[in-house]
Design a protein around this ligand. Sequence first.
Ligand code: SAM
Length: 282
Amino acid sequence: MPNLTDLKTVRALCERHGFSLSKGFGQNFIVNPGICPKMVEAAGIDRSFGVLEIGPGIGVLTKEAALRAVKVVAVEIDRRLLPLLAETLGEFDNIKVINEDVLRLDLAALIQQEFAGLRVAVVANLPYYITSPILMKLLEERLPVESITVMVQKEAAERICAEPGTRSAGAISFAVQYYARSKILFTVSPGSFTPPPKVTSAVIQLVPQREPPVHPVSEERMFAVIRAAFGQRRKTAVNAISAGLGLPKQRLQQAVAALGLDERIRPEQLTLAQMASLSDLL
Ligand code: SAM
């Protein structure tokens, strides 16, 4: 079994296949041997699990998951990686690689087809350029997934896991809090990857919840309000939401006052419950 955390082995593999890393697909492969076992361990993966991996690269995390799970399905957009994966994962009979853009896949159907009767976990070292769309897809589609354990940029991790009402909160913090419990597990230095990214990374874990913590009249409207609130940086919530949704400022002022809030409140200072109430009032 090739050692995929050994830089020389990785270089030789890439050279043999004439493969050069693509920045466009966010390819930074893990070469720190401690990381993948730690991620799989944190996800609690054992013989009762099927694992969905997004972006296997050359298969370093895929292998680790396949050593513990019943089955791993890995979705990889870059066709050029298929022959490398065939070589690195050749001796496993419980791994299926699907050459697709994960954002275009019907994941509910895939999970039903591939993981019938199994508990399901998602693990990934995510392509950073589409962190939010991937996480939102996984959460919004309310997939039957027990946990999502993924590597992201540290700054994104802080925003994703931020409690609404605190400084680092952004639109995604509200969405994540609505659908899941979230936490940062550990940080990872740039030197743990090839090529090293410019910033520090972090592994986060989201545990989707069946019951949302708030019950707005319309989920869709609440998310429209959240998007509008964060659509224009450094504006007050009143100004951003009225501009974003094309509503008279006075209506927003009245709604904010009805909730007993200061008219100059900033979007990140609102809690999820206040965002839900605000959307009900509008
Ligand atoms: N899992 C490997 C590792 O940790 O070494 C590779 C991680 S690398 C950060 C991200 C991987 O996601 C790359 O293999 C990239 O080609 C793949 N990828 C990028 N966009 C994708 C998409 N839309 N759908 C599926 N895979 C994608």
